[in-house]
Ligand binder design. Sequence first.
Ligand code: 5AD
Ligand code: SF4
Length: 476
Amino acid sequence: MEKEIIEERQGEIIVQESSAKNMKKLFLESYGCQMNFSDSEIVASILNNEGYNTTTQLEEADLILLNTCSIREKAEQTIRRRLSQFNTIKKRKPNLTIGVLGCMAERLKTKFLEEEHLVDLVVGPDAYRDLPHLLKDTEDGRNAINVILSKEETYADISPIRLGGNGVTAFVSITRGCDNMCTFCVVPFTRGRERSRDPHSILKECRELVQNEYKEITLLGQNVDSYLWYGGGAKKDFDKATDLQKATAVNFAQLLDLVATAYPNTRIRFSTSNPQDMHEEVLHVMAKHENICKYIHLPVQSGSTAVLQRMNRQHTREEYIELLDKIKRIVPDCAVSHDIISGFCGETEEEHEDTLSLMKYARYDFGYMFAYSERPGTPAHKKMKDDVPVEVKKRRLTEIIDLQQKLSLEKMQSYTKKVHEVLIEGTSKKKEDQWYGRISQNAVVVFPKTGNTSTGDFVKVLVTDCTSATLIGEIV
Ligand code: 5AD
Ligand code: SF4
């Protein structure tokens, strides 16, 4: 770090490390899931210690990092297009370093360096601690790569630098990786084995957020319900744990209870829940704590047991329905959302109809819907035929989206003419004089900025109207 003379007194020169002035600039862009956005905050923290400040101005960057997503082919295409845009900047600025992080880095490994000549640096999701060394290699003119996956890494001790947030809501990651091996999914290959983070470090990060006036924390993982802390290591190695480790292990329901109890004035959310791992105990903890938001993101992928089997999901349609009934019984006002894939290998018209009928039964609040996109290296790619024609996938997807829109409208209408507690997250994007925030069930509300209110306040809002995506109301 460079020193700067700040004062000359009686021949004595006072110097100060002028970190802010001489810091290098990092432009960090994230794609894909919330986990990637959360990881980018860890990367920003690691690189901050190396003298990098983040910038939103591409032109002033010394280092460009793209935190990438491989979940569908379209995501990868978008990232490739973005990388080629950087081409022009690199031509003008040869000292600029460009790196890819995340799932695409892990999936494509050295291919990235060979095919994408633009890229100097390739770093997988478990190798971010190595970034300082890797950057030294690039400074010396060498390409650098680390895509080693870990059974231990949770970045537990790293305090993330919150990027581009609203100062009110934040993510805290609790697990990494996924062991489920759904046949369509590339995540187990790009993010490795499932492991849980030390609960003490989770609570510490939550405490820091609360001290910094954050009002809502989302506990994050590919599969939060399978959270299991027994002293470190992969979930699959739990069998090898000592008796003491087993007796003192912390599961997700216990973790959720700990966090909600420790921070009763903070809203707690969690994502994502996997139907096969969601235990009743979690629902009781949700019902017990007012500050745990009444919302579960519960991907189903398909409403047909046969398709679920081909997807290697570990539950049937009937078991999923039982779980929905249990949620309604234990947490009656709970909102539920889904992920659904249309046109998975071998999907028949009847199987597609099963998905539509399940959606009608569930009366989902919301959903993320996708056409199946074959991913190289996944079990489905290796063993099954991607045989549903693109037009059929698209038509089925449209039917699913149209139905969801109707269900969402119904759900939003059911929230009207009622008063809800809303956390103000910021100014509405469309109207300067309106706030936007969320109700416990995660629906977005917009309402006029009346009274002495500001971002981060909890206010009571009477919902008077809605669209299928937004509630409209006024502070009461
Ligand atoms: N094709 C389409 N959608 C996929 N998802 C995961 N893999 C694929 C794929 N190959 C969807 C699933 C998952 C969500 C994060 O992305 O619905 O729940
Ligand atoms: Fe992928 Fe299935 Fe794991 Fe979700 S649970 S990340 S869909 S393998």
